[in-house]
Design a protein around this ligand. Sequence first.
Ligand code: ZN
Ligand code: ZN
Length: 268
Amino acid sequence: MRLTLLGTQGWIPTGRRETTCLALEDGSSLLLFDAGTGLRRLLEPPGSTMLAAARDVHLFLSHYHLDHVCGLAYLPGIFAGRRLTVHVPEAAVNGIDVEHGLATLIGRPFNPGRWGEQRGMELVTQTLREGVNEVAGHEVRVRRQKHADPTVGYRVDDAFAFITDTVTDPETARFAAGVELLLHEAWIDGAEESDPAKAGLVRTAYAAHTSARQAAALAMQAGVDELYLIHLNPLFDEGYYAQMEQSARALFGGAAVRPDLHARDLAV
Ligand SMILES: [Zn+2]
Ligand SMILES: [Zn+2]
């Protein structure tokens, strides 16, 4: 299996990074996680090559904030002539039923086509329960997380866990225990905690997000091989991300900030 980062930015896409989207290639299956602007990378190599090789395509959503779902407006362009199965948590998990979430967003006046009636493609919606789900031969675990609005984290087999848009949560270490790769959001470095002038920034960040240092501590507790810091704050620059990587590495040697389109093979 191979995981490719199609978008590693949070909130606002930048010239270098698109908003959240991951692609897992596994034989003839392609599993996508979140539909940020990074979904558009499926229109050109290497994304288009991945898509051309896939017979079975699944898209999993963490939550409905626009930076994670704006790519849903691109579906007919990217998946023309194809079948796409979109997986969302059931209402029992996040309090949002499909009609309220996807159908409100993808429908008039926000989108010309209605959800489920995307021109030139077949769109199937499936709900996921908290705990273990079987999708495309994988064990996909779902766990609710605390954010400004409810989010879920995903764990796919023992290969990787995708944890974005959440405050730091000790339970994440248990959820992700033993996976090869943890992808965890990091909104600030965490060094700001010791700077009284940054108290406002820290308070706002920790109300909904995690620092690089907190993510590194979780990775260590979880005993993962590697940690990628994702959903990077677009109001900071690559120099700041390099500093985040250093801070995380001081706590957990396997921490890294990778560029968009970085690909990693997963042994499991
Ligand atoms: Zn976000
Ligand atoms: Zn969010």
